[in-house]
Structures are given as C-alpha cells and as structure tokens.
Design a binder for this molecule. Sequence first.
Ligand code: HEM
Length: 386
Amino acid sequence: MADPVVASHLSLVLKALPTISSPSQSLLQQHSKPMASSLNSAASLRLFASSSSSSSSAAARLSLRSTSLSFSSSLKSLAFSPLSRHKRGSAVSALSTGGFSSVAGPKCAASDPDQLKSAREDIKELLKSKFCHPILVRLGWHDAGTYNKNIEEWPRRGGANGSLRFEVELKHAANAGLVNALNLIQHIKDKYSGVTYADLFQLASATAIEEAGGPKIPMKYGRVDVSGPNECPEEGRLPAAGPPSPADHLREVFYRMGLNDKEIVALSGAHTLGRSRPERSGWGKPETKYTKDGPGAPGGQSWTVQWLKFDNSYFKDIKAKRDEDLLVLPTDAVLFEDPSFKVYAEKYAEDQETFFKDYAEAHAKLSNLGAKFNPPEGIVLDYGPR
Ligand code: HEM
C-alpha cells in the first residue's frame, strides 16, 4: 500500500511535470544546433564512433536532464531506491517546499554509497575497453579547477559541482573535446540516479589514476550538483598553456584555487597520462610514433612514451627534453625553470614514491574544491588498497 503522504506529493509532482518539461525542451532545441557544429571535428567523430553510448548531442541531452531529471530522480528515489524507506521523510519535505533538486533534504546524501561503488566498477570496465583514462582525469580537473577561493557563495565560487555537464561551460575554449568524456560516462550516470554528476566526474578521474597504476587517492563523495546552466562559472578560470609569463600565470590561477607551489607541480604530473591534440587545444603534433596507433583514438602528442601508465616519467621527460615526439608545454617547461617549482620537479623526477604521495594529496584536495557535500563530512568508499 502506498504511503498516502508520499502518494499525494507524487501526484502534485506529476501534475507539475508538463509545465517543467516544456522549458527543458526549448533548452534542448536552443542548444542542440551549436553543439552539433562544435562536434564536427574529425577527433570528435572518431571518439563518438568508439563511444559506447548512443550519442547524439551529449550536452543537449544533459541540459534536458538537468532540469527535468531532478524530478524523475526524486520520483525514482521515492518509489524505487533501496534507500527510499529511510530517505522518505526528507525527500517529501524537499518536494513540499518546492525544492526540486535531486538532493532531497539535509538528512539525505547527495550520492548513494552502494551506487558509487557499483559506478566505480563500471568505470573500471569502461577504462579496460576504451583506454580513456586521460580524458576522464581532465574532466574531473576541469570541473573542479574553476574554483575561486575569494568567492564564498556556492555555486558562484565554482569548483567540483557538476557544472561542466552544461553546454555553456563545455563550449569554453579550455574544455574543447571534453564532450567526448561526457559521452563515455553518460550511460553510467543513466544507470545510477543516486550518483551526482559532480561525484561521477571525480570518481571517474580518481579511478582512472588508480587503474593507470597511480596512487590510491583519499577521496570522499557526496558532492551536490548545480541545477542549471545559469550556475556555470564564467569562461577564463582555467590555466592557459602558453601565457607570456608561465610561472606568474600558474601562480595566479592555482593560488586563486587555494593551491600552492608544491601542489601545482604535483598536479602537473597528471600529464604523465594522455595527449594534446592540435584540433582541440591548438597544442601538440597531429600524431607521433607513440600515438599513431592508439590505443583508443589514434593521434595527438603525448608528454610521455607510455601515456596510459601513471608514473613519474613526466618529470624525467620534461627535464630531459630530448625526444621531439614528446610534448613540453611552456607551463610544463617552467616547472624546471622557476626556482620554487624546480625543487619539487627535481624531487619528483628522482623519487616516484614522493611524487605519488604528494600527487594523491593534491588530487584529493583539487577534487574537493568548491564542492558542497551532503552529508557535510562526505562519504568515504571502502574498496580496499586500490
Ligand atoms: C598546469 C596547468 C595546465 C595546463 C596549462 C594544461 C594544459 C593542457 C592542455 C593544453 C592539454 C591538451 C588538451 C587537448 O588538446 O586535448 C591538456 C591535457 C591534459 N591535462 Fe592538462 N593542463 C594543466 C594542468 C593539468 C592538471 C592539474 C591536470 C590534472 C590533475 C591535467 C590533466 C590533463 C590530462 C590527463 C590531459 C590529457 C587529456 C587527454 O589525453 O585527452 N592538466 N592539458
């Protein structure tokens, strides 16, 4: 027998649905055209072909979801979630106060721990078949890296809040190509209504580092999602690769996030994974002897020879600058030029253990920037050593 209080709230929500879905649809129409053209690059098409999701326009689908899914996930959690019984009280109170966020109330977690663990397993499977570790790391970083410590108010302060799922932010120049990462993980988001985008982005990134042979990252989950594109940060908060004064630029951008010199150098070590593609960022060669055959979509220029393996070779290779087929951006080179950065870069080139330790701490800190956690202390997943 249905709980009469829940049933009455359900019927109220169902009545409200047609009014809510029409703005979403106009949003979809509004957004699908420019996105289709921005996907019209050879690289995007290659990745789409290898993506397991049936991808039309991820951003358009995501925008649609953002406004209408919050209803369906509220409904789903009331009706089907194994947690629905103990969450029911707070979910109902959120609905009755007109709060349509997927976060139902103060006692209700933003993400469900069991679903997070299952999503982690699905991400591991995805990594095995698509070799998409690097782009998932970049996805997590670009969601979190918009954080401005000088703004207190959430979500205006930016950071790890899932705003990168909206087309308006995906279209920022720094995010070129990241729509492909969204397409790759969308089916996982669809499967787990109890996992927020903000958590999924960070879970995917940390899992990719760990699965590539990197350190275990002391992550926590429970990040709340922003609910609309109007909550996205303005363009220009992420670093540029070739600024006039790379050290000053890195400090300006990373200090704004509340990160220090050691963390700048450690986090730059994530470039041990992946490639740069001229058709996306304008940096790197179209292909090299290390990238012409993939794995995954071929092409681009990597920073390291084994660009799917997380180790300290980034620091060794940019220090040596010996191989023309390996990339060194101005913001990479400066790590061995600036006296303060150099101390850490030299250390990491010598000592992988120290790099792993510092990287894991810095990555966890990055993943929490600007995030609003529910519950406030966050959710720690217990999955063993790795
Ligand atoms: C220090 C300032 C940084 C600059 C200027 C920078 C710049 C870039 C550029 C230009 C690309 C190539 C994008 C493309 O063409 O597809 C790239 C890729 C990448 N970045 Fe960074 N980045 C920075 C910091 C970071 C940080 C902090 C992380 C992670 C913690 C990170 C992770 C990655 C990864 C994994 C890729 C490879 C993506 C792929 O292969 O698809 N980067 N970055």
